[in-house]
Design a protein around this ligand. Structure first.
Ligand SMILES: Cc1cc2nc3c(=O)[nH]c(=O)nc-3n(C[C@H](O)[C@H](O)[C@H](O)COP(=O)(O)OP(=O)(O)OC[C@H]3O[C@@H](n4cnc5c(N)ncnc54)[C@H](O)[C@@H]3O)c2cc1C
Length: 625
């Protein structure tokens, strides 16, 4: 076996991932752990300062309810989320986050995050729920607080988590490997908190070649949360609810500030405003089509109908929006000039805060937003339960809000004892974004410590044979490469193995063509899903031959294993739900209508960790207490 040292770590609570939810969990769990003499350890595949979806920074905090200010109520937020998800949301979970999220935002400010302030006092809102920030260093600030609470000696970076270790139906820890040194890691834990983000590159992206890493969703989250919780035997929900963001084309720059702050219009190439011209279509998606704001997927859908009719490209009318605002100063040329300059700066800064490549693309293609419109387009599908998608683990709600069917002891505990989740890792509680994920992490971190104190589970023992078997499985791609690499003169052409990039292309192609990606106009059907599953099955067979030339490629191999299970969960759930509920995210050509009578419910699934047999089930949508 290749020369890999085995490192064993023992901890009471193991936090997996170092993103927004994990940083929230770290802060809260560290506080309660100290009081109870417990040890908490956090593991991230990257460096916590710049890991996860907020790595590059953000220009807005998307969830702030404004309870103290009396701006909104928790119920307002619950209604908004339920409507936006076409009726499919866990009100108890959404309310649980909504009542705590402002607290996270206030902490961010206390830790040093600059939040824009209005001249008349209070925060500057981008929209009803969003606050504008100078957010280039957002993640660094949130990470610093997590480090201060947890202690850097309890944070292990650059370790990729492969999967769970289970004992007697209970989670006993995790295993993984260093992406920098030849080290295999075994973590023994009495409770585990999983927040390893959502998934990208399951579907073929619009960009190819050098642009491949440029997707809307950050390329380093690859379905590890789903794989981990699924392989632990945890029930999943809403695995069909992918997210398709409409963003500035090719660099995925955010559109929120344009729509909400600058009040820009989006039109087709002929100047037609699809949101106006296609308004009647919304009647077909009643009652959700008639609410304000119109659900994100329906807004997408109206634009897609224009594109399908050949009326593309779709444009963001940037020049019109900026001129309109500046025109308020038209009688004062000096003030007008100053306003134009200020708006231009805000427009560029919006990208520089969170999607620098969009600013580079604009600069490279001579875009002057005050002079010319810019193209926007629907991206390929992503899995991000914290944003406008909803896929993730099925977790317990809080005792005071959850109906009995949704409560099993501890907030955010999966259906597996001792396993907690938050952020993109939990489902049916969309629109938590960065701040809500942090708040949910805090809720789950605290609940995990309460679980440890109340239940006092024993520290698991893991025998040497189990550790050796997990190690052999983890590093197998390295061994395979070593054994066969000299068979041909070209390392990427070899009948004995498949390299991770090639494997990923194969996965992406089949998902694009059979599961409703960009290339098939987001459309699928029973026969397409079934054929997709057949091809996925064969891909899984070939995953045995994934090979890695080095540690980086070993990570790429495991990212692909994780993506494959994300893909399968998605296709199986789309196949099971015989209706179209989220046009604009995906369309079932054989069931093109909303069917509230049969499908106003959650579709959940489980996979037997040993046999890998799947079970699909419906769960009722229940109001909170
Ligand atoms: C493009 C984009 C724009 C967004 N814009 C906004 C916005 O403007 N405002 C806003 O409030 N929110 C925004 N969000 C949402 C916000 O970023 C997410 O809601 C939030 O980051 C989710 O937190 P999380 O902890 O679940 O995941 P992340 O913050 O993504 O953290 C995941 C963590 O898991 C780690 N990880 C992954 N796999 C492994 C593995 N196998 N082993 C070990 N570690 C692993 C990663 O390194 C990372 O540390 C945006 C998201 C995206 C993708």
């Amino acid at each position: 076996m290749a020369n890999f040292e085995t490192v064993q770590v023992e901890t009471d609570l193991l936090i997996l991932g170092g993103g927004m939810a994990s940083c929230g969990a770290a802060v809260e769990a560290a506080y309660w752990a100290k009081k109870n003499g417990l040890k908490v350890t956090l593991v991230d595949k990257a460096a916590v300062d710049r890991s996860g979806a907020v790595a590059m920074g953000l220009s807005a905090i998307n969830q702030y309810v404004g309870l103290k200010e009396g701006d909104n109520t928790v119920e307002d937020y619950v209604n908004y989320v339920s409507q936006d998800l076409m009726g499919v949301a866990r009100d108890d979970l959404v309310a649980s986050i909504a009542r705590h999220v402002d607290g996270s935002v206030h902490l961010f400010e206390k830790w040093g995050l600059p939040i824009w302030k209005a001249e008349e006092g209070g925060y500057v809102h981008e929209g009803r729920w969003q606050l504008m920030i100078n957010g280039e260093s957002y993640k660094v600030i949130v990470a610093e607080a997590a480090k201060n609470h947890l202690g850097t000696e309890n944070i292990i970076e650059r370790v990729f988590i492969v999967g769970p270790i289970m004992k007697d139906g209970q989670v006993a820890g995790a295993y993984g490997f260093s992406v920098r040194e030849n080290k295999f890691y075994v973590f023994k834990a009495r409770a585990v908190f999983c927040a390893m983000g959502g998934a990208v590159h399951v579907f073929k992206p619009r960009s190819t070649g050098e642009g491949l890493g440029r997707a809307w969703y950050p390329p380093w989250n690859s379905g590890s949360s789903l794989y981990f919780t699924l392989k632990a035997g945890a029930e999943q929900t809403c695995q069909e609810v992918r997210f398709i963001p409409v963003r500035f084309k090719d660099a995925y720059g955010p559109v929120g500030a344009w729509f909400l702050l600058f009040k820009s219009r989006a039109t087709n190439a002929f100047g037609g405003e699809y949101m106006v011209e296609r308004r009647d279509e919304l009647q077909n998606w009643k009652p959700y089509g008639l609410v304000k704001p119109i659900p994100a997927n329906l807004r997408n859908y109206l634009g897609m109908l224009d594109v399908m009719e050949g009326k593309g490209p779709i444009y963001m009318r940037t020049e019109e929006a900026l001129q309109k605002i500046a025109n308020e100063y038209k009688d004062d040329p000096k003030a007008h000039k100053a306003k134009v300059k200020e708006l231009e700066a805000e427009a560029w800064e919006d990208f520089l805060d969170m999607t620098i490549s969009q600013a580079i693309l604009w600069a490279a293609s001579n875009v002057e937003p005050e002079k010319r419109s810019s193209e926007i387009a629907a991206a390929e599908p992503y899995f991000i339960g914290s944003h406008s998608g909803a896929s993730g683990a099925w977790v317990s709600g809080p005792e005071d809000l959850a109906p009995p069917e949704y409560f099993w002891g501890y907030e955010n505990m999966c259906t597996v004892k001792g396993l907690f989740a938050a952020g993109d890792a939990t489902g049916a509680s969309s629109h938590k974004f960065s701040s809500g994920s942090h708040a949910e992490g805090r809720i789950a971190g605290k609940a995990a410590i309460r679980y440890l104190v109340n239940e006092n589970p024993a520290m698991p023992t893991i025998d040497d044979a189990t550790i050796e078997a997990l190690k052999a499985k983890t590093i197998k791609p390295i061994e395979l490469f070593e054994e066969h690499k000299d068979f041909t003169s070209q390392v990427d052409v070899n009948p004995n193995y498949i390299l991770p990039k090639m494997y990923m292309f194969r996965l992406q192609k089949l998902m694009d063509e059979y599961a409703g990606g960009v290339g098939s106009q987001f459309t699928t059907s029973k026969v397409l899903c079934e054929r997709g599953l057949e091809l996925l099955d064969m891909l899984k067979e070939d995953s045995d031959f994934l090979a890695a030339a080095d540690l980086h490629e070993l990570m790429r191999c495991w990212e692909n294993y994780h993506r494959t299970y994300q893909a399968e969960a998605h296709v199986r759930t789309m196949l099971f739900r015989e209706e179209t509920r989220w046009p604009g995210y995906y369309f079932r050509a054989d069931f093109p209508k909303l069917d509230n009578e049969n499908w106003l419910c959650f579709v959940n699934c489980t996979m037997d960790p040993e046999t890998e047999e799947w079970t699909m089930l419906k769960r009722d949508i229940l109001p909170m207490k």
